[in-house]
Design a protein around this ligand. Structure first.
Ligand code: NAD
Length: 358
């Protein structure tokens, strides 16, 4: 996508099958319907009425199927949008790439690290691309926050922290997952930390728990300490069963560097607070000046921004920013945190360690 948010002009046309026609699916169909280079060839859901209802809602006359393989073969599709539940992402991606399709799919990539590695290997072996929706790194404010850090506004980052406290009553698959917060939500926040710091995880210590008042079967709260490859420390403090005064879904962020601090509450514009001048005689604290972003993000935001990037990457024949090979590192943060919580030990994530291909 160009800097002003326009689609890149390429010759590639996409023949699309979307699989998964539940809650999030509308967002995906709406985007596809707005792209002149995408032809929506079929909708698929194991629950056929869900696919038919979605087709009706958007006035689509495409066929509906319950089986992805049949849909791809009968329509000659070359692209699959995977908006199914996490438990079936591996099956969907495998079916799609084996039938010659590229895939753009909802997070999380998989429900285990072994599955995530296997998916990435299968995609590579078939010479296809699979990019993952990490919409939260495409909020305008985090793109601008990243710009401030990249310009050196706060000096060298040493400590990033994100607070995430909400109490959503979803029903559905999340309330039966073993690790609903870490796997279905913290994947976003961990991916945002990698994006903000432009650094990868090295180790994690995690305490994951399910408060007695929780309405989730699995652990809905977690505290994590990550060491990152740039020497910084990222701490995460989160709960999905926290009633009262919710934080933003983007998290409430503070990144401390050698010269100052970046603040982003997930709702308002990000900014930096930077030490100014020299300490006067007897002074203990610097005066601070506020620094606003100087390079505004003009691209689309959220899902649309990530879609733009993933489709531009396909058209240009390059890996997307959120290609599955990159997303493995965010997934490793999730599964290493789960392993740390299980073992009570700090878990390493570097080369040759359990959470790296080595
Ligand atoms: N990026 C975000 O901000 C965000 C937000 C919400 C959900 N999500 C993700 O979107 C995905 C879908 O979530 P949702 O809330 O729409 O779930 P949902 O349960 O509402 O919908 C999932 C749909 O997939 C269908 N399905 C399940 N197994 C299938 C299979 N094998 N083949 C075909 N269809 C199948 C179900 O019948 C259902 O209609 C999840 O991975 C979730 O984590 C992402």
């Amino acid at each position: 996508m160009t800097a002003n948010g326009a689609f890149l002009k390429t010759d590639r046309k996409f023949r699309l099958v979307q699989v998964g026609c539940g809650n999030m699916a509308r967002r995906w169909v709406k985007y596809a319907a707005g792209r002149p280079d995408i032809e929506l060839a079929a909708l698929v859901d194991i629950h056929l009425p869900a696919a038919e209802a979605l087709a009706r809602e958007f006035g689509l006359d495409c066929p509906c199927y319950t089986d992805l393989g049949t849909a791809i073969r009968e329509t000659g599709a070359d692209l699959v949008f995977d908006v199914t539940i996490p438990q079936v992402h591996k099956t969907v991606v495998t079916t799609a790439v084996e039938l010659g399709c590229d895939v753009i799919g909802e997070k999380p990539m998989a429900v285990s690290m072994a599955d995530a590695y296997e998916i990435e290997e299968i995609v590579r072996r078939h010479g296809r691309r699979y990019a993952v929706m990490q919409n939260r790194r495409f909020a305008r404010q985090i793109r601008e926050a990243r710009g401030l850090i990249a310009q050196g506004t706060i000096g060298k980052p040493s400590h990033a922290t994100a607070n995430f406290f909400l109490g959503p009553h979803f029903g559905g698959f999340r309330e039966t997952m073993d690790h609903p917060l870490l796997l279905d939500m913290a994947i976003h926040t961990f991916d945002q930390a990698r994006y903000l710091l432009q650094a990868d995880p090295v180790s994690v210590y995690c305490h994951e728990f399910n408060p007695s008042h929780s309405w989730y079967a699995g652990n809905a709260s977690a505290v994590c300490i990550f060491e990152m490859s740039d020497g910084s420390v990222f701490t995460y403090n989160g709960s999905w069963c926290a009633e009262g005064e919710p934080t933003s879904w983007q998290g409430d962020w503070r990144v401390v560097g050698s010269e100052g601090t970046l603040i982003w509450d997930g709702t308002n514009d990000s900014y930096c607070s930077v030490a100014e001048g020299h300490l006067g005689p007897g002074a203990r604290m610097h005066a601070y000046k506020r620094v606003e972003p100087s390079a505004p993000w003009a691209g689309h935001e959220g899902h649309d921004g990530c879609f733009d990037e993933m489709l531009a990457a396909l058209a240009e024949g390059r890996p997307a920013e959120t290609d599955c090979s990159d997303n493995l590192k965010s997934m490793a943060m999730v599964f290493a945190a789960i392993e740390s919580a299980r073992s009570g030990e700090k878990v390493r994530i570097g080369p040759g360690q359990a959470y790296d291909r080595g």
